[in-house]
Design a protein around this ligand. Structure first.
Ligand code: GAL
Length: 690
């Protein structure tokens, strides 16, 4: 069975690109690898969509094309990550075995012609996938240039729901294992409501089209857990093979997508996690509010990636304008932005990074998804920028390898609330708004923040390393999680909760007790009354007695609180509507720590007021003053306490920083002291005293 984990750490920063030899005339390959080496690249990823090159017809395998390409890479000292090609089953496969295709909820099959058109549960797809992975692993297991494997490509990207016949059948097996009997299933799904009681397993399905698109919510939550487990089982099928057949090579996969517990997948199948970072998505889907963070918001996504693997690989880093023929029309990164995004990934924990892609494809859906090189292959500004980054990382990049991001604040998340909240409009939409509000408020004050997923396996030690935890709206709150949070607070931690916390159990059913359910005692409150704020209603006004904040609007919801403990203090009251004068923010001391309950959805202003109440400060206050447009991230070596401050200027204009003591910038090799002007998109990496 699967071997022990394989170490992926190296003594140099590995920089590289995604390369598709099958897209180009063979005469270009040697020159491509030579130029990569000259830019300071040392790694490429290839083959993740090339199934029909390896197996042009069923059972006939050919390795010549990739053998030649990999040998040429090796001649230039370039290492290779091989993708298993299961994201794109060949036409011979999908036409002979249509049962491998994924289906929409109404049963319509996705057909050949794009990618990710398969399902994870088809027995024949699993068998043919296992075979191609086995053959590739056996062929490349001893190749000196091949260092690792990427399983599939972006599991659950493009489509993250699966309704083929094989999925319905596998769901029944999954449910039998989880519930044991139909009686237990019927209870968990509240099936007595609207007469959904099942009397035979054959009646049980994944959600199917219903009037008003409104499936049973408990079934819908289980369905997402099942989609996740299906993807993980598919990854495990492959990683077991790779670890058995190619034990010298490490295993990863890339991307963080919906309905997939990336933590569990990484624990059960990978050596480490890889993320694909495309900060220019922020230009087509900017976050809401007057002052969106745009590309800087990617730091929040990266914080989630490093919660999976504290050091991770960015397998695809945006290096040009992005766009498919039919959508995702993004502007070109401005000069310096590609370098900024590279250091953004590194600042947040990336220890290996590959650009997507070496050269823009001249055919297919992604002719506008630009790589470093243009179709014409002549020198351009992106190639020149890659060369600067390559030189810098070769010179200083090894110094921070293995160091990890340092934060004393974490925003808590969990998969159940994320998945339950997709259907449940009474809490789901609030989380994104509050997380964004907190993230912006902390970012602009240069207070580094982690994303921490709460899981069944989460320990008190993992939480206790944070001074402050913000869990905005955990509606689903199993009693065990509530007990863990209480221990965290009693042990000296500070926990901040928002409205709608704690009223559902793990099945998504409501506790028959006052809100916030099992969190009530710790918070010293009960929710006496509550109201959703409709689209045409005025936001609840909240009058703060603390932080000199005055009156600030809440957002979306009002939990009207009643204090139930003597240790509880009212820090703010509502100042509008029928609940004016009632508590809106309560602080309760518990053991050595403190719990805060805020009855609304957070805004950047209310998060800012709480930051003041909590006395949170930027670690930069010890050595300098930073303008709002610059991000601070600190990586630290646990072995010797060496720290690096990454300063990233996302602003399109010059930003002025003040350093109270001299510090050395590793990238330029110069000292910064006093007032320093940072060019648009520029980066500093400062050595801090340990
Ligand atoms: C990623 C994917 C790549 C490429 C890129 C640009 O999501 O892994 O294969 O498609 O996006 O669209």
């Amino acid at each position: 069975m699967a071997q022990a984990n394989c170490d992926w750490k190296t003594d140099r920063f590995c920089l590289g690109a995604c390369y598709y030899p099958e897209h180009w005339p063979e005469e270009l390959w040697a020159d491509d690898f030579r130029r990569m080496r000259e830019l300071g690249f040392s790694i490429v990823r290839m083959a993740e969509f090339a199934w029909s090159i390896f197996e042009p017809e069923e059972g006939r395998f050919e390795f010549g094309l990739f053998d030649r390409a990999i040998d040429l890479a090796r001649e230039q000292g370039i290492q290779v990550i091989l993708g298993t090609p299961t994201a794109t089953p060949p036409a011979w496969l999908t036409s002979k075995y249509p049962e491998v295709l994924n289906a929409k909820q109404d049963g319509t099959l996705y057909r050949h012609g794009q990618r990710r058109h398969y399902n994870y549960n088809s027995p024949v797809y699993r068998e043919l996938s296992a075979r191609i992975v086995t053959r590739m692993a056996e062929h490349y297991k001893d190749h000196p240039a091949v260092v690792g494997w990427q399983i599939d490509n972006e599991l659950n990207c493009e489509v993250n729901v699966f309704y083929s016949d094989a999925d319905h059948a596998a769901f029944r097996v999954w449910l039998r294992e989880k519930y044991g009997s139909l009686e237990v299933l019927n209870r968990a799904w509240g099936a007595v409501f609207w007469n959904q009681t099942y009397t035979d397993w054959s009646q049980v399905h994944l959600t199917r089209p219903t009037p008003s698109d409104s499936p049973n919510p408990h079934q819908a939550l289980d369905e997402k857990r099942f989609f996740s487990d299906s993807a993980i089982a598919f990854a495990k099928l492959q990683s077991d093979i790779l670890r058995d057949a190619a034990p010298r090579q490490w295993v990863t996969t890339n991307g963080m997508f919906g309905h997939l517990d990336s933590h569990k997948m990484t624990e059960e199948t990978l050596d480490f996690f890889s993320y694909d970072s495309y900060p220019n998505f922020s230009t087509i889907y900017p976050d809401k509010g007057e002052r969106p963070l745009l590309d800087r918001k990617w730091s929040l996504n990266l914080s989630a990636a490093r919660d999976v693997s504290p050091n991770f690989c960015v397998m695809e880093q945006q290096s040009g304008p992005g766009g498919w023929v039919n959508m995702m029309d993004m502007p070109s990164p401005k000069p310096g932005q590609m370098r900024l995004w590279t250091y953004q990934s590194i600042a947040h924990g990336a220890d290996m990074l590959l650009y997507f892609r070496w050269r823009t494809a001249a055919m297919g859906t992604e002719i506008y998804w630009h790589g470093i090189n243009d179709y014409h292959n002549q020198p351009n500004r992106r190639v020149a920028e890659a060369g600067i980054i390559g030189e810098e990382l070769a010179r200083v990049g090894a110094q921070w390898l293995g160091s990890t991001f340092r934060a004393e604040v974490a925003i808590l998340k969990d998969y159940d609330n994320e998945w339950d909240g997709e259907l449940d409009k009474w809490h789901g939409p609030f989380t994104g708004r509050s997380v964004s509000a907190w993230f912006k408020a902390l970012q602009r004050r240069h207070i580094p923040v982690d994303t921490k997923y709460v899981r069944a396996s989460t320990t008190i030690e993992e939480l206790a390393k944070y001074r402050v935890l913000v869990y905005p709206h955990p509606a689903v709150m199993p009693k065990e999680t509530a007990a863990l949070l209480k221990r965290y607070v009693e042990g000296g931690g500070t926990l901040v909760l928002g409205c709608r916390s704690g009223y559902k159990d793990a099945a998504g059913q409501c506790y028959m007790q006052p809100f916030p359910g099992p969190l009530s005692g710790m918070c010293g409150i009960q929710v006496e009354d509550f109201t959703l704020i409709g689209p045409y209603q005025q936001a609840p006004q909240v009058k703060w007695n603390a932080a000199g904040a005055g009156t600030l609007p809440g957002d979306g919801f009002a939990d009207i609180l009643r204090v139930t403990a003597e240790s509880a203090e009212i820090l703010a009251v509502y100042a509008s509507d029928y609940y004016a004068g009632k508590p809106a923010l309560v602080r309760n001391r518990q053991g050595e720590g403190t719990a805060y309950y805020y009855g609304s959805v957070f805004t950047e202003e209310s998060a800012g007021a709480l930051i003041k109440v909590l006395g949170l400060q930027s670690p930069a206050s010890e050595w300098g003053e930073l303008p709002e447009g610059v991000e601070l991230a600190i990586r630290e070596h646990h072995s010797n306490g060496n720290k690096f401050a990454f300063l990233l200027n996302y602003a399109h204009d010059i930003q002025t920083l003040t350093f109270r003591k001299p510090l050395r910038d590793l990238l330029s090799g110069t000292e910064v002291h006093g007032s320093v002007a940072m060019k648009p998109f520029d980066v500093l990496v400062l050595e801090l005293d340990s």
